[in-house]
Ligand binder design. Structure first.
Ligand code: ATP
Length: 352
C-alpha cells in the first residue's frame, strides 16, 4: 500500500466548505481505487485563528508541515483583516518558506461548461500557465517613508535573479516538452521594463537551447491578453512573471467558465519541501455559509495533487468523474444551476 501524509488547510471563507468536500471525495476515491492510502490531517490556520492567537501559523508550524508530502489548501482572506496581512501571513509564508517557486495553472473548458468566449467549445483550448512564484514583482522589496505627509513615498521593487529566472524557465520548458504540442510562449514586457524583463528574455533564449524540440515564441503581456481572447487555440504552455501570470491566470479562469473551477499548484520542483495545491478562487465571503460554493475547483486541485504524488490512475479516475458531473445538470449557481456543494460532491462520489 502506498501511503501519503497530506496536510489540509481549509483557511477562510468557502475554503472551509470546499476543502472538506475535497477530502470526502479523496476518501471515496481511495476506498474505490485501493492501492493507496492518504493520511489527511486538518489544520485550523486562517483568519479566525489569527484573531485568536495573533498569528496565522503558530510557532513551529512550518516545521510541522515539512513532514507532509503535500498541502491541500483552501483560501485565505477575511473582511476584517487587510489582504496583505492575511496573504503574507499564511499563503505566501508557506509558498516562500517552502521555496515553491513554480506555480502551475492548467486551464481548459470542461464538458458542459460554457465559456464566455463566443464559439469556444469544451476542449477547444488547453493551456498551462507557469507563474514564477518566488520573486519578480512580489518579492516584498521596498518600503514606505514620510507616512501621512505630503511627501510620502512608497517603493515596490521587482527582483529578477539569474538563478530565479533560469530555474523557472527550465521548469516551463520541461512542462512544454511533456505536452503534445511542445509549444512555449514566453510572456514578457521587455519593451517597457528594460532591466529585469530584458534579463528574463535573455535567459529564456539561453535555456531554449537545451530544449531544441520545443517551439518558443515571445509575447508582450498586453498582446497576450488579446491573443488569449481572440485566438485561444494558438496557445499551449505559457511562462510569465509573478505579477503578469497572476493577472493572466484570472483571465484564463474566467475564459474557462467560472472562478470556481480552476486549480493551481505551488511546486517545489526539487521536492525538498512539500508542494501546495489549491483552487484558484479566494474566500468568497459573499456566498460563504450558504452551501452553494462550487467544489469543482477543489476537486480538480485534488487531481493535481494526486498527479504530483505519482497516483496517475487515481488522478485520471477522479478527473473522469469530475467531467461526468460538469457535463450533467448537477451544478452550483455560479454555473447557472441550483445544486448545492453537497449535491455536487455526492454526484462526483457517485460517478467514481
Ligand atoms: P479573495 O479576496 O480571498 O481573493 P474574493 O471573494 O475577493 O476572495 P474570489 O473568491 O476569488 O474573490 O471570487 C470572486 C467571486 O467569484 C466571489 O465573490 C464569488 O461570488 C465567486 N466565486 C469564487 N469562487 C467560487 C466558487 N467556488 N463557487 C461559487 N462562486 C465562486
Amino acid at each position: 500500500m502506498r501511503e501519503y501524509k497530506i496536510a489540509a488547510i481549509p483557511g477562510d471563507g468557502i475554503g472551509q466548505e470546499v476543502i472538506p468536500a475535497g477530502v470526502e471525495v479523496l476518501e471515496a476515491l481511495q476506498r474505490k481505487s485501493g492501492g493507496f492510502q492518504l493520511h489527511i490531517e486538518t489544520f485550523p490556520w486562517g483568519s479566525e485563528f489569527y484573531q485568536q492567537t495573533g498569528s496565522y501559523i503558530p510557532l513551529g508550524g512550518l516545521g510541522a508541515l515539512r513532514n507532509f508530502q503535500a498541502i491541500y489548501f483552501g483560501s485565505v482572506g477575511h473582511p476584517t483583516v487587510p489582504d496583505h496581512i492575511s496573504l503574507w501571513g499564511l499563503r505566501l509564508a508557506i509558498c516562500q518558506g517552502f521555496d515553491q517557486y513554480a506555480n502551475v495553472r492548467p486551464t481548459r473548458v470542461l464538458p458542459g461548461i460554457t465559456s464566455p468566449l463566443r464559439g469556444v467549445e469544451p476542449d477547444s483550448f488547453d493551456w498551462v500557465i507557469i507563474r514564477e512564484n518566488s520573486e519578480g514583482e512580489y518579492s516584498g522589496h521596498g518600503g514606505r517613508a514620510h507616512t501621512g505627509h505630503p511627501e510620502e513615498i512608497a517603493t515596490e521593487t521587482a527582483i529578477f535573479t539569474r538563478a530565479g529566472v533560469t530555474r523557472i524557465m527550465h521548469y516551463a520548458f520541461e512542462v512544454a516538452q511533456s505536452r503534445p504540442r511542445k509549444l512555449l510562449t514566453v510572456i514578457t514586457k521587455s519593451n517597457a521594463q528594460r532591466h529585469g524583463l530584458v534579463l528574463w528574455d535573455e535567459i529564456a533564449a539561453e535555456v531554449a537551447r537545451d530544449y531544441p524540440d520545443v517551439t518558443v515564441d515571445k509575447m508582450l503581456v498586453d498582446a497576450a491578453t488579446t491573443r488569449m481572447v481572440l485566438k485561444p487555440q494558438s496557445l499551449d504552455t505559457m511562462v510569465a512573471t509573478n505579477l503578469h501570470a497572476d493577472i493572466l491566470t484570472d483571465l484564463a479562469a474566467a475564459l474557462a467558465g467560472s472562478m470556481g473551477i480552476a486549480p493551481t499548484a505551488n511546486i517545489n520542483p526539487p521536492g525538498k519541501f512539500p508542494s501546495m495545491f489549491e483552487p484558484i478562487h479566494g474566500s468568497a465571503f459573499d456566498i460563504m455559509g450558504k452551501g452553494i460554493a462550487n467544489p469543482i475547483g477543489s476537486f480538480w486541485t485534488a487531481v493535481m495533487m494526486l498527479e504530483h504524488l505519482g497516483e496517475i490512475d487515481g488522478a485520471w479516475r477522479l478527473m473522469q468523474a469530475i467531467e461526468k458531473v460538469t457535463a450533467s445538470t448537477v451544478r452550483t449557481p455560479d454555473l447557472g444551476g441550483t445544486s448545492t456543494t453537497a449535491e455536487v460532491t455526492a454526484a462526483v462520489i457517485d460517478a467514481l
